[in-house]
Design a protein around this ligand. Structure first.
Ligand code: NAI
Ligand code: MG
Length: 342
């Protein structure tokens, strides 16, 4: 396995170190190459994602990313120039974000609902494509457009991925989340393609929710969700909510997948570089470790992925959640657990 590693900034390198420790236990011998992209590199050289680095990244089986960002970098520079650029250049059209409330973890919701869902968010279209611009900038007549792009090709492939996943899960349920009553053009396209693809998956039940209603249900009845398929912007927002109700940002993992497998997929914790706790050794590495499980699953190392998830489940069920965790001790514990479950 040839793995490109982008530790990034802040707590990124701290959590990645633990994630690699667990990977080495579960699948020894992965060949890793580290790339110093992020705020630090931008400050020292002005570079975000040099062409040569992009070419090198493409020669790997997968990419593991910590987090990039720092308050010293103006907003938008790293997001557009590095993170979004990677997703677009590597055609990461499936943004996969599972959200599961593990036993032992107390989410903010009352009651102990069973929450186990996976959000399949479109990753290369929608309002994030950068189609738009400014006219009459900095005048009282300024005009700003941000056009949401939805192609039949782009929607169909992410819908297919979601059905494929739903079919392999016990509940086999898929929810389309959109705002078809207001965004009628793209809404029609999404609804039509979900309906068409559903004919090929008669065993998957399908429902629909508007994005605003979906936020209500995610708080009042999150157990109803199994697989959710949605566009780039709605998925961005909904997955933060899904992470929040399942124990928070320290546990949420994600994958940016090129379903065609022409390009390496990229796996990363949902959280950012957390400058407020960087350098203290207290960041929870669990999200990064679970991202390694998604990575292994994607590469076909399914048994290894399940072992990591089992180790995390055991750790969370037995962890003292009232005490401040330490990055290294959580990593050590997870590494020991995966090897004992071998
Ligand atoms: P953040 O996710 O870095 O932090 C939000 C809050 O969650 C902070 O209080 C932080 O201490 C806490 N937190 C995050 N990860 C944690 C962990 N593993 N364990 C314990 N606590 C954790 O989001 P924020 O503060 O909005 O952004 C900080 C920087 O990260 C910004 O520069 C932002 O642009 C960048 N960012 C990068 C992302 C990426 O690389 N994919 C994603 C989100 C933000
Ligand atoms: Mg987000």
């Amino acid at each position: 396995m040839r793995l490109a590693v982008i530790p990034g900034d802040g707590i990124g390198p701290e959590v990645i170190e633990e994630a690699l420790k667990v990977l080495e236990e579960v699948a020894p011998g992965a060949e890793t190459t580290t790339y110093d992209l992020g705020a630090a590199r931008w400050h020292s050289t002005g570079e975000l994602l040099p062409e040569s680095v992009l070419t090198e990244l493409q020669q790997h089986d997968a990419i593991l990313l910590g987090a990039v960002g720092d308050p010293s970098v103006p907003s938008g520079i790293l997001e557009r120039g590095l993170l979004l650029r990677l997703r677009f250049e590597l055609d990461h059209h499936v943004n996969l974000r599972p959200a599961r409330l593990y036993p032992g973890v107390r989410g903010p919701l009352s009651g102990n609902a069973e929450i186990d869902m996976v959000v399949v968010r479109e990753g290369t279209e929608g309002p994030y494509v950068g189609t738009g611009g400014l006219l009459r900038k900095d005048t009282p007549h300024e005009i700003a457009t941000e056009v949401s792009v939805n192609t039949a090709f782009g929607v169909e492939r992410v819908v297919r991925d979601a059905f494929f996943r739903a079919e392999r899960r016990p509940r086999k349920h898929l929810t389309l989340v959109h705002k078809t009553n207001v965004l009628t053009f793209s809404g029609r396209l999404w609804s039509r393609l979900v309906e068409e693809v559903s004919l090929e998956h008669p065993d998957v039940s399908v429902s629909y929710l508007h994005i605003d209603a979906a936020t209500i249900h995610m708080v009042t009845d999150p157990g109803r969700f199994d697989v959710i398929v949605t566009d780039n912007l709605f998925g961005d927002i909904l997955t933060d909510l899904a992470a929040a109700i399942t124990g928070g940002i320290g546990l949420a993992a994600s994958g940016n997948l090129d379903g065609s497998r022409k390009n390496p997929s990229m796996f990363e914790p949902v959280h950012g570089s957390a400058p407020d706790i960087a350098g203290q050794g207290i960041a929870d590495p669990t999200a990064a470790v679970l991202s390694v499980a998604l990575l292994l699953d994607h590469l076909g190392n399914v048994e290894e992925a399940r072992r990591i998830e089992a180790a995390v489940a055991f750790d969370l069920a037995t962890r003292d959640h009232s005490a401040t965790g330490h990055t290294r001790s959580i990593g050590d514990r997870l590494a020991a657990l995966v090897s004992s479950h071998a």
